[in-house]
Design a protein around this ligand. Structure first.
Ligand code: ACO
Length: 322
């Protein structure tokens, strides 16, 4: 049986870097508080005229270059975002046009911070069902556009950015030693809407701002993330002992540490970028994969488990061999 194998990865971060200290000028907060509670030291913010599709296109171009491919080689784009340029068309079709891709198909996936995991599962299913041979999977966000800059408990936590993977169908024997996506696990529970949401949207006729009961989200996060990662590994016939890298959604260092501990893995086995990027929602996992590969942590053949949770609540995990 075939597998969806990662053949390229890339990312893009907006130029403007904002260190924690900048928030001290306008809010009752400190660099110390932000660092110790979240692990975040700085984040990137998009320029006024820079949109999610701009970031996504640059990340996609980087991933294509890494794979040695062009847009002509791609059958589909699956893009995860909660901060689309426009209500429609999808950000994915805008990226499709910007890449000069005139065949195939493109669509957005919306599962907030778990968006990339959901997009990866969708892309994998398209490949395994024979609908596509090569898929660009992108996570791209401009969360700076939905921050309430007077709310110190949320606006210091998020950042903008984009990351992308190229997935390709490759024949293999289908054992867990072969490269590619080995298993997936998706979950959501809409009863938890009020813990994390944007208080506006098209149908309510406003853009809205992100609202979060951070300590409540925290409580759900560690337990649900460790569980979904274990379920994904079990489906692949593996345990956490087999894992080379946890590549978690980068929301908060304490959630990342708590999840690793619950999985029985030391922080040496975790790719961490939250200090430099903040929480970039659906972009955080592909950003971490790209940075982790570039800095020499992630190598061909490594067993990776990615996990994420976000608004919905929605959460999930993917086990893959790089
Ligand atoms: N600076 C200074 N003080 C602050 C700040 C700030 N930026 N923000 C909040 N505080 C204050 C609060 O007002 C509160 O004060 P009070 O005790 O006088 O009421 C105090 O700090 C403690 O607030 P808590 O919310 O209990 O602080 P906690 O230790 O839980 O840390 C945090 C807050 C960082 C938000 C944490 O709860 C967290 O990370 N939660 C998970 C949120 C998250 O990661 N969400 C994203 C996951 S899903 C997704 O990616 C969308």
């Amino acid at each position: 049986a075939g597998r969806s194998v990662v053949v390229g990865v890339g990312h893009y971060l907006p130029e403007r870097v904002v260190p924690n200290a900048e928030f001290e000028k306008t809010l009752d907060t400190t660099d110390e508080w932000i660092r110790t509670r979240s692990g975040i030291e700085r984040r990137h913010f998009a320029a006024e005229d820079e949109t999610t599709s701009d970031l996504a296109t640059k990340a996609a171009e980087a991933a294509l270059a890494d794979a040695g491919l062009t847009a002509d080689d791609i059958d589909a784009i699956v893009l995860a975002t909660s901060t689309a340029d426009l209500t429609f068309p999808s950000t994915a079709t805008m990226v499709q046009a910007r890449l000069g891709m005139t065949k195939g198909f493109a669509f957005d996936v919306q599962a907030v911070c778990a968006g990339f995991v959901f997009a990866l599962c969708n892309a994998n299913a398209l490949i395994l069902s024979g609908q596509a041979k090569r898929v660009l999977v992108i996570g791209a966000e401009t969360f700076s556009r939905i921050m309430d800059w007077t709310d110190r408990s949320t606006c210091v936590l998020f950042g903008d950015g984009a990351g992308a993977l190229v997935l390709e169908l490759q024949d293999g024997q289908g054992t867990s030693d072969d490269r590619g996506i080995l298993s997936t696990d998706l979950n959501s529970d809409g009863r938890y809407k009020d813990l994390l949401y944007v208080d506006g949207g098209v149908s309510t006729q406003s853009t809205g701002h992100l609202r979060m009961q951070g300590n409540q989200v925290f409580r759900h996060a560690v337990e649900k993330l460790a569980k979904t990662a274990e379920v994904a590994l079990e489906r692949a016939g593996l345990t956490s002992d087999d894992v080379d890298w946890i590549v978690p959604h980068q929301a908060n260092i304490r959630i990342i540490q708590g999840t690793a501990k619950k999985m029985g893995l030391p922080m040496e086995n975790v790719v961490v970028t939250v200090q430099d990027h903040g929480n970039t929602s659906a972009a955080s996992i592909p950003l971490a994969l790209s940075v982790g590969k570039k800095n020499g942590q992630i190598k061909t053949g490594d067993l990776i488990v990615t996990e994420a949770i976000g608004g919905g609540l929605a959460w999930g995990a993917v086990a893959l061999r790089w």
